[in-house]
Design a binder for this molecule. Structure first.
Ligand code: PEP
Ligand code: MG
Length: 554
């Protein structure tokens, strides 16, 4: 294939798109000199402001009408903000003294922002949206392109440094058919939105600004490549083949089996009863990760055992007679709980989080285990602890679970556990590898950092090696070792994990069909060979490419 330029990044949503590039427009700069408006021209200047605000408001309303759910609400709220009476009145008042429209908009918005921030709470949260409206109106007044995401006229590939939530709300997937950003990581906002919309997406692309609006791009969200100068016929053939893959995903009904008939235990990650109900209507065979801490993010006080039991029963009850793995509170770091995390920490990702809280506040864990027991109605629910680092922690946790008739397990997120997995498995019944944190701690790279996507990539051979060691310990001891981090949701990586001997894959419900379709295409032997090939690579891109070659037989 002829290609003039090939850029690489971290592919986060698979799929192929071929379309012209569009860039998000920058925020407008105020001109250095803005002379006062003479009295006789002030009325016309006010009319100019009103027209600009109305244009912005109507464009946002129009975008809201194409969006659904939260995105539609966000856009509708922003549209009405652009016609807010108080804001208009304050701007008109300022303009009466001769201040030009764009400066009046900027100054009044600044005053409103200060006021909103003083009030705090929801009002303070609206300041980002207010600033967004300000920038759109100023751009309109200065005759500049609308900042943020432009409205494409033909299906296009959107390029950006990074995208804010307001930018992505209301993206129309029939017009924005690919997303590429210079920053961002596999768990960034951009990646999550693209996954929801099913748009191929690549993040952390160096030198993205070398691409210009209007250039035809071939984006491969699986390989993480962006190519220019590709022959149109060849590109369209690739897009067509990809459409067949997407159709297979849309129509996949399970169950998850390899091409040689080997069954694969595919489970769902959930955070509440509603999610568990959706999972039970999907092809998930159970729940592999119930993130209990997400139920209590806004709780001021520790919920009573009865209240906790009610919530857990909703989840456990969604899969009667099937496997449900409840994770005890992983409070701390990016998910602090008011009743569990009191101290400000310099480095909360490495601080008192997960099981470590039990040392200082044992009743939080014992109360939760009592609640899980109550919600289990005599069944031996699988329960696992997050952030285990020592054998003693595993042993203590297991004792407390067994005392309540629950089946104890631990998460493998700290490399210390992976390298000594067999020792830990003496005390627990199962393990579940949290590849998000295992990657963060193995590579010493903050999983939230938008600049470290290459390091926070579970294809890193060192991470793969730790997963393989853990899976091997599971095989040796005959105890289940699953994966419940994002790695399980990546179709080729899922095959590699199966090839390493991982016994279950747990992922967001939306990811299950794509993984199921890929698993059905390969044999266990191919998965094992792909695992060997990936483990032998020297970097993440090499590992992914080596595995892909084995899996597609190329
Ligand atoms: C993980 O670390 O991979 C995991 C599943 O836990 P969380 O993403 O909730 O930290
Ligand atoms: Mg984790």
């Amino acid at each position: 294939m002829t290609s003039a330029v090939e850029l690489r990044g971290t592919g986060v949503v698979p799929g192929i798109a071929y379309a012209p590039a569009i860039w998000t427009a920058p925020r407008p700069q105020l001109p250095e000199h803005s002379p006062n408006i003479p009295e006789e021209a002030r009325e016309a200047e006010l009319a100019k402001f009103q027209a600009a605000a109305a244009a912005v408001s109507s464009r946002l309303s129009q975008r809201a009408s194409h969006a659904t759910g939260v995105a539609a609400n966000v856009l509708e709220a922003n549209a009405s903000m652009a016609s807010d009476k108080g804001w208009h009145k304050a701007i008109a008042k300022k303009m009466k003294t001769g201040v030009p429209a764009h400066l009046a908009v900027a100054r009044v918005t600044d005053e409103f922002v200060v006021m909103f921030e003083k009030v705090g709470g929801l009002m303070a949260e609206r300041t980002t949206d207010l600033k967004d409206i300000r920038d759109r109106v100023i751009a309109e007044l200065l005759g500049k392109p609308e900042p943020g995401v432009p409205t494409p006229e033909v299906p296009s590939i959107l390029l950006a440094d990074d995208l804010a939530p307001a930018d992505t709300a209301g993206l129309d997937p029939s017009m924005v058919i690919g997303l590429v950003t210079e920053l961002g990581g596999p768990t960034s906002h951009t990646a999550i939105i693209s996954r929801q919309l099913g748009i191929p997406c690549i993040v952390a692309v160096d030198n993205l600004h070398s691409l210009e609006a209007g250039e035809m791009l071939l984006v491969n969200g699986e390989a993480g490549t962006i190519q220019t100068g590709v022959d149109a016929t060849e590109a369209e053939a690739l897009v067509k083949a990809d459409e067949e893959r997407r159709e297979a995903i849309r129509t996949w009904r399970g169950p998850a089996v390899l091409a040689d008939g080997t069954p694969v235990d595919v489970l769902a990650n959930v955070q509440d009863g509603a999610g568990a109900a959706r999972a039970s209507a999907s092809q998930a065979q159970g729940i592999g990760l119930f993130r209990t801490e997400l139920c209590f993010l806004s709780s001021e006080n520790e919920p009573e055992v009865k209240e906790q039991a009610r919530i857990y029963r909703d989840v456990i009850g969604a899969f009667p007679g099937k496997k449900v793995v409840v994770r005890t509170l992983d409070a701390g770091s990016d998910k602090p709980l008011k009743f569990a995390n009191f101290d400000e920490e310099e480095n909360p990702a490495m601080g008192v989080r997960g099981i470590r809280i039990a040392a200082g506040q044992p009743s939080i864990l014992t109360n939760q285990l009592d609640a899980i027991k109550a919600a289990s109605d005599g069944k031996a629910t699988w329960v696992m602890a997050p952030m285990i680092a020592t054998v003693q922690e595993a042993q203590d946790f297991a004792e407390q679970c067994r005392a309540r008739g629950l089946k104890p397990g631990i998460m493998v997120e700290v490399p210390a556990v992976a390298v000594q997995a067999e020792k830990f498995l003496q005390y627990v019944e199962f393990m579940s590898i949290g590849t998000n944190d295992l990657t963060q701690y193995t590579m010493a790279a903050d999983r939230m950092s938008p600049k470290l996507a290459n390091l926070t990539n579970p294809w890193q051979p060192a991470v793969l090696e730790l997963i393989a060691m853990t899976a091997a310990a599971g095989q040796k001891t005959g105890k289940p070792v699953g994966v419940c981090g994002e790695a399980a949701a990546a179709p080729y990586l899922a095959c590699v994990l199966v090839g390493m001997g991982v016994t279950s894959l747990s992922m967001a419900v939306a990811a299950i069909p794509a993984v199921g379709v890929q698993l059905a295409k390969v044999t266990l032997d191919q998965c094992q060979q792909a695992a060997q090939a990936a483990l032998a690579a020297e970097d993440a891109a090499g590992a992914a490419e080596a595995a892909r070659k084995v899996l597609v037989g190329a």
